[in-house]
Design a protein around this ligand. Sequence first.
Ligand SMILES: C[S@@+](CC[C@H](N)C(=O)[O-])C[C@H]1O[C@@H](n2cnc3c(N)ncnc32)[C@H](O)[C@@H]1O
Length: 284
Amino acid sequence: MSELEDIELDALMMVIHRRYGYDFSGYTRSCLLRALSKQLAVWKLQNISELIPLIIRSSLHFNCLMADLSMSVTGMFRNPEFYRALCDEVFPVLKSFPFFKIWHAGCSSGEEVYSLAILLQEAGLYERAIIYATDFNHRNLKVAKEGIYSRDSLSNYREAYSASGGNRELDDYFHFAYGRGVVKDELKSRITFAHHNLTCDGIFGEMEVILCRNVLIYFADTLKSRVLTLFGDSLYPGGFLCLGDKESLQKANTSQLFKAVNSNVKIFRKNWDEVHSLVDVPYH
Ligand SMILES: C[S@@+](CC[C@H](N)C(=O)[O-])C[C@H]1O[C@@H](n2cnc3c(N)ncnc32)[C@H](O)[C@@H]1O
């Protein structure tokens, strides 16, 4: 990255922050550049600074840019081995509680949270769950709340659903019409979707589980530390933190807050001196 590009990027981030309230200064420069290059090509622009006059006056243009800056790639049952481990190593602990709260941070368009809801239902735990699914992108949240996905994309998830331990037909959870599947109401019943920005908003309550997968990968070390501290503060002692397979606690100065439960699939547990076993740990 040239010095000029560096200055242009700072200027653009400052404009986005002041005009629209989103602070991207803590994201890695490389991921911001990747996201911006797509929109530069679409709008046939040469330099990052040319984006400034476009977005400062037009929220429509900003929304297009925001879609790329959010890096919203997602899917149902991504990394089936993670879901297997969740069922085998986390659900047995949740079974010991009459109710439990789960925070799904960076839920994108909802596929991941519905995957979790399906597995909780099949484990007989869904009625005990209170799930908060948050994202900072309003468009993603709208899609997530609606829970409408193309039939083609849903059929692509069947294999991953079985590999994750699913024991019914994935189609059972959807109503189909006009080539699209709509998530059935009972699967939405325990989920609350809400806006939450990890760069500036506070703790979200005391949770038994936090899932934040494939989000921290875009954050530089300082922001990553802030968010991991926020997660530590939002979990009961012994609560579980689930990250994406390319994410880690290293370099964030927060690794002492958590211990690994399954480091292959990045499931951690908030440290608590008296936590010795994975089952029967009283949080409350
Ligand atoms: C790559 S997607 C991951 C989606 C899902 N967790 C998964 O693994 O399939 C990243 C998501 O994080 C959200 N995100 C990025 N920065 C955020 C922030 N500061 N606060 C809240 N959500 C954020 C994006 O809008 C996007 O939906």
